[in-house]
Design a protein around this ligand. Structure first.
Ligand code: HPA
Length: 269
């Protein structure tokens, strides 16, 4: 596994030369627009990267974008791998391990999720303060000691300093933030009403089908993580959402998220 990670990183370096990204970014569903704001230097399609999972989904778009945001070197994943697509947890998290080999010092993750906290509204941004993992753990199996410990600590999983920076920047920019616990399930079904109530009862604020595996693997490697969920629907509401409105709200929220990520990257130490 480690050899494969290193082989893939070496392949990428053949294309990107000495460009060493400081920040890794995972762009979630509908949030790929952030990529337009990257001063792009190199783009690599996942299907052309040896070792990357091969997409089985028709028309699946996925690529790594290397470039600058606010002058800082970044690598962004436009499209991620989900467990519900049939990939193993090792495949889902492989790109994060490759990004670590490329030298990232921070990981920014984003996703679309369903609000469970009843004070959340469609289009809200939720800063992820913690998570509950309801998927298989990506670290099951032989531990790769070179990457991290057998029993990684999950305190401060979402970096408190980065959360504080987000709060400060959001205030300056007039962006409203929610804060909460992300519950990661396997999908692909959305939750039943009883499941949304269960997620709420166990302490969740938003439900999704991604992010948690990538964050666990990043924390195993001691990379500080910042995460944002865009609330695209409200799980406990009886209202049947107007699809167009949800999309519009999602897009608007995406713009806010892009602004927040950009300013945060600009302000990184
Ligand atoms: N549940 C799980 N994943 C999601 C949801 C949801 O309600 N909305 C967007 N992604």
């Amino acid at each position: 596994m480690l050899e494969e990670i290193k082989r893939t990183a070496a392949f990428i370096k053949e294309h990107t030369g000495d460009f060493a990204p400081e920040v890794g970014i995972v762009l979630g569903t509908g949030l790929g627009g952030f990529a337009d704001g990257i001063e792009t230097l190199y783009t690599l399609e996942y299907k052309n990267i040896p070792g990357f999972p091969v997409s089985t989904v028709e028309g699946h778009k996925g690529r790594l974008i290397f470039g600058r945001v606010a002058g800082r070197k970044v690598v962004a994943m436009q499209g991620r791998f989900h467990y519900y697509e049939g990939y193993t947890m090792q495949q889902v998290t492989f790109p994060i391990r490759v990004m670590q080999q490329l030298g990232i010092r921070y990981l920014f993750v984003s996703n679309a999720s369903g609000g469970i906290n009843t004070s959340f509204r469609v289009g809200d941004l939720m800063v992820i303060t913690d998570h509950i993992n309801l998927m298989p753990n990506p670290l099951i199996g032989r531990n790769i000691a070179e990457l991290g410990p057998r029993f990684p600590d999950m305190h401060n999983c979402y970096d408190k300093e980065l959360i504080a920076a987000a709060t400060r920047i959001a205030e300056e920019e007039g962006i409203k933030l929610q804060y909460g616990v992300y519950v990661g399930g396997t999908g692909p079904t959305f939750e039943t009403q009883a499941e949304y109530r269960y997620f709420k009862a166990i302490g969740g604020d938003a439900a999704g089908m991604s992010t948690v595996p990538e964050v666990i693997v990043a924390r195993h490697m001691s990379i500080p993580v910042f995460g944002v969920s865009v609330i695209t629907n409200c799980g406990l509401s009886d209202e049947v959402g107007d699809h167009e409105d949800v999309q519009r709200q999602g897009k608007k929220a995406g713009v806010k998220m892009e602004q927040l990520f950009k300013r945060m990257i600009e302000n990184l130490k």
